[in-house]
Design a protein. Structure first.
Length: 556
């Protein structure tokens, strides 16, 4: 069985050069795979790898991190710039709502459909093996529903919801594009199924072996996020689920209240300790007295797990992307300098809000205690003197006083800045759950809103939509959420055009400015990869706004 097992798992990780080109997948010998619940759990693990955009040394996918939905949405938000070195034009192209070539986002498309294939494989094989307990069967089934919803939600947000709806492992290359209502009905139906199947285990009782797995609470929170995006962007009030029932605002309110009241999740006391810079609490003046809450703290409702196990395999390459160009300081380390922070958010953010300095490093602020920063250190573009603090390579001093990545010092990871960024990517925090419940006008909306502000010492304000919008911008800054909020509120064109106008930057050591205009004709979505359109023999139709010269980035 070893050979077949290896082939199947290898295919799960590396096949589907096109999502419709599944010949090598359907030719596998399934006579002895799966034979156990362990086999099916390996497929679950493989699907989570797709969700995390894990990479390996396969040249075909070794740039997959660039197509992480978190990274892409940050590059399109009004609070970030593309940044990077001269040659790294992809971030600046995304920032301008343009593409460098017609297959620029092929990996994002493939990664999602690879994950969908695996979840469909789980559905087709769930009752073909014997389980040690019924709970284990439900665990696998619940993960499959949650993950399929996650993959389709990524597709729907990135490419619009007119994507092919694939529900089996027998894929027809001419599968037509579905309508948005169909895709969102499937997403929310899958999340409701996950909620019903996954156990109501409080956060503090979740076994260590299940760290990184989806929970009932994560499914409830994601259902609210999907519902808010769907009803907001498409101007809907409710949606009909696959079984014909209607999902309404009141239903989603109940799910969120259940998550808030019964999950065991909550706000940690100090916002600053959510982020790994608080590990450097002896030598980084800003962090003195802080104690990092760790990746598995009660505020994390769902996160993608990373480690330092190998080059481009399980380390968090998104964190690496935001690091400093050619310099390792304390506590911020080396990376590729994508996603420099727009000074506009710094200027808009009230000084009395603790989260401002907890989220943004102002390199000109000597009180930060960060020494030695150099501009234009490696032919850099769009420097602003502001960096996000939440997702950065973090360093500490070792026993010899040398500045090294914290994973190397604390956990013995290899001393290589490419390998050792092991911070998890938090996709759902409890503060977001509270703010969504406030926005959906749950009975305790004011209390939920006040709890988020009160945690950082701010006074209560009326729980209006405008106030919620501002609160979400500051509480969830640089967490892959802002752009989707702007789209669903129909604020993207106005806010991006206002906040991305005449931004002062330093490019190649010279002061200049950058202006970005939202390309309304795209609806805020990316181009469907042209190779997929060709593969479908023209059945797939390109998204609006991507068939003109304005769609291509030609550089500064």
């Amino acid at each position: 069985m070893r050979k077949i097992y290896y082939i199947v798992i290898s295919l799960f990780f590396t096949s589907c050069s096109d999502f419709l080109d599944t010949e090598n997948l359907t030719q596998k010998d399934s006579s002895n795979f799966p034979v156990s619940e362990t086999d099916l759990m390996s497929v679950v693990t493989s699907a989570f790898s797709d969700a995390s955009n894990f990479e390996n040394n396969n040249a075909e996918i070794n740039q997959r991190w660039r197509e992480n939905v978190f990274f892409l949405s940050e590059m399109m938000s009004d609070d970030r710039l593309g940044g990077g070195r001269v040659s790294a034009i992809d971030g600046r192209a995304i920032m301008n709502f343009q593409q460098t070539d017609t297959d620029m986002h092929l990996d994002a498309w493939k990664r999602s459909y690879e994950g969908i294939y695996k979840t469909n494989f789980l559905f087709e094989n769930i009752d073909k093996v014997t389980y040690s307990t019924e709970e284990n069967r439900k665990k696998i089934l619940g993960q499959a529903y949650f993950l399929r919803a996650l993959f389709y939600f990524d597709l729907a947000r990135l490419f619009g919801a007119n994507v092919p709806k694939i529900l089996t492992t027998d894929v027809d290359k001419s599968t037509p594009q579905a309508k948005p209502d169909e895709i969102y009905s499937l997403i929310m139906s899958d999340l409701v199924e996950a909620i019903e199947i996954l156990p109501s285990v409080k956060f503090e009782k979740i076994p260590i072996s299940d760290n990184g797995m989806a929970t009932k609470w994560a499914a409830e929170a994601y259902l609210a996020r999907v519902f808010l995006f769907y009803t907001g962007y498409y101007n809907k009030e409710s949606i009909n689920l696959v079984d014909g029932s209607e999902l309404t605002k009141s239903h989603v309110q109940k799910y969120l209240i259940d998550c808030i009241d019964n999950s065991g999740h909550g706000l940690i006391d100090d916002f600053r300790t959510l982020w790994p810079y608080s590990i450097s609490n002896k030598d980084y003046p800003y962090a003195i007295g802080l104690e990092y809450a760790g990746d598995e703290n009660k505020e994390v409702v769902f996160a993608l797990k990373y480690s330092y196990a190998g080059f481009r395999s399980t380390s968090n390459m998104v964190v690496l992307a935001y690091g400093l160009s050619n310099q390792t300081l304390l506590p911020y380390g080396k990376g590729w300098m994508y996603g420099t922070v727009n000074p506009k958010i710094w200027n808009d953010w009230p000084d009395n809000d603790l989260r401002k300095r907890a989220s943004i490093w102002n390199v000109l602020d000597q009180n930060e205690g960060v020494v030695g920063y150099k501009l234009n250190n490696g032919n850099t573009m769009q420097e602003t003197n502001y960096y996000n603090k939440k997702y950065m390579p973090i360093t500490v001093k070792n026993s010899k006083g040398q500045i090294k990545n914290y994973a190397h010092v604390l956990y013995g990871a290899i001393d290589n800045f490419n390998l050792n960024n092991c911070q998890d990517l938090i996709l759902m925090r409890f503060s977001d759950v509270l703010l969504m419940a406030a926005e959906l006008e749950c009975p305790k909306a004011q209390d939920y809103y006040d709890r988020v502000r009160g945690r950082v010492g701010l006074q209560p304000k009326p729980v209006s939509l405008d106030n919620i919008k501002e609160e979400r911008r500051f509480e969830l800054a640089f967490e892959g959420i802002r752009y989707w909020d702007l789209l669903r509120w129909h604020d993207a064109e106005r806010v991006i055009n206002e906040n991305m106008k005449d931004i002062p930057v330093i490019t190649l050591g010279k002061e200049t400015s950058v202006t970005v205009k939202f390309r309304t004709e795209t609806g805020g979505f990316l181009a469907i990869p042209n190779s997929e359109i060709l593969l479908s023999n023209g059945v797939l139709k390109q998204n609006p706004g991507w068939d003109t010269n304005d769609a291509f980035y030609v550089g500064e």
